[in-house]
Design a protein around this ligand. Structure first.
Ligand SMILES: Cc1cc2nc3c(=O)[nH]c(=O)nc-3n(C[C@H](O)[C@H](O)[C@H](O)COP(=O)(O)O)c2cc1C
Length: 362
């Protein structure tokens, strides 16, 4: 049996996942302007639970109204979202997967055109494209964010999700605090990697305070993030700090599992260097460029305990079945409109996928 098809039991609550495949978080722009989830957003996730994934992660969802990153993004910032979240959690779990909501705040990447407010971040940062700058968050703003993450997690738990993934990767608010380039503060929230990690630490404590003892909490991190001025050693320091927090998993976002970074003078795969810097009890999800059973096997050999897929899971709702023996490799892009529609993507999502070079056949 492929190692990614073996079940896994989390220490917390004895929660068992049927296999180690993960649908990584994917924004799909299918939900409503008031942040409630749409039937389309539920359908595409439900199809992946029917398709056999062990863990289904939702798209990034904003925990405060002013944290929205994209049009059509569902929110977790108000109790009026709970009914829709419950329908989503139910659709994921009734076919055997466990559901994680990916909580985030866009920070300087929550456009004023969507929120009506000047984007906020750790420091005053250039937004690019003649959009001016972000404003530096006050102590009160920081507290609002910490509380917002906690309240959003509470709503997700109430709705029936098994846990949350805190989005600390890819340059959104948590990553803007983690990176020395975007966080030039000299107060309690900046000045050293430990202080730049403090926002994440307090978010984790608040999520724990507002949720029950069996609720899974993990963090997604980028191994290197030039846009925020964070190199591999910085993210490893944050990772080591995470090891002593009340977490249930770490997710390293590699974009390409074959990519390498230099640690202590040695070139290493990101998955391997993350695994080596984590205590054994914390499982590691790794994602990036995996399509075939062979590639998923490489990710396991590099140290991944769970294997995440993004685009392969868009093209193939039943992607985990391709890990079985004697099954041909899954088709790779480009995919026709009809193929994607059959894979439970709405025309809105298919249109969004045209932005990903060569994904949709025209
Ligand atoms: C359409 C699309 C939307 C994405 N949205 C998110 C997101 O909301 N949160 C996130 O952490 N990553 C997001 N990602 C990144 C994926 O989770 C994944 O890490 C990336 O696609 C690389 O994996 P892959 O090569 O298997 O696609 C997105 C990727 C795609 C293709």
């Amino acid at each position: 049996m492929h190692p990614a098809l073996a079940p896994y039991t989390f220490a917390r609550g004895g929660i068992t996942v049927r296999n180690r495949t993960v649908l990584a978080a994917m924004t799909n722009k299918q939900s409503h302007a008031d942040g409630t989830v749409s039937a389309d957003e539920i359908n595409w996730l439900e199809a992946r639970s029917i398709g056999g994934f062990g863990i289904i992660t939702t798209a990034a969802t904003h925990v405060l109204e002013h944290g929205q990153g994209w049009e059509g993004e569902f929110g977790t910032w108000s109790d009026h979202h709970i009914d829709g979240l419950a329908a989503m959690a139910n659709a994921i779990t009734r076919h055997g997967a466990i559901g994680l909501a990916q909580l985030f705040h866009g920070g300087m990447r929550a456009p004023e055109a969507l929120t009506g407010l000047q984007p906020r971040s750790a420091s005053v940062n250039e937004l690019g494209r003649d959009l001016g700058t972000s404003r530096a968050m006050s102590e009160q703003d920081v507290r609002e964010v910490i509380d917002g993450f906690g309240a959003a997690a509470r709503r997700c738990e109430l709705a029936g999700f098994q846990g949350v993934e805190l989005h600390g990767a890819h340059g959104y608010l948590i990553a803007q605090f983690l990176g020395a380039g975007t966080n030039r503060r000299t107060d309690a929230w900046g000045g050293s990697q430990q202080k730049r990690t403090q926002l994440l630490a307090e978010i984790i404590s608040e999520v724990r305070r507002q949720t029950g003892p069996n609720f899974l909490v993990g963090v997604r991190l980028s191994p290197e993030l030039k846009a925020c001025g964070m190199n591999l050693e910085d993210s490893l320091e944050t990772l080591r700090l995470c090891s002593s927090m009340e977490l249930d998993f770490i997710h390293v976002s590699c974009w390409d599992i074959q990519a390498m970074g230099v640690h202590q003078g040695q070139e290493m795969h990101y998955t391997t260097v993350f695994r080596e810097n984590l205590p054994e009890h914390l499982p590691l999800i790794t994602t990036g460029g995996v399509w075939s059973a062979e590639e998923a096997g490489m990710a396991v050999e590099q140290g991944g305990d769970f294997i995440g897929v993004g685009r392969a899971g868009i093209g193939h709702p039943d992607w985990p079945h391709y890990l079985a023996n004697d099954v041909p490799e899954p088709l790779r892009p480009p995919f026709s409109f009809n193929h994607l529609e059959t894979a439970a993507l709405s025309p809105t999502f298919i249109d969004y996928m045209r932005r990903w070079d060569g994904f949709v056949e025209d």
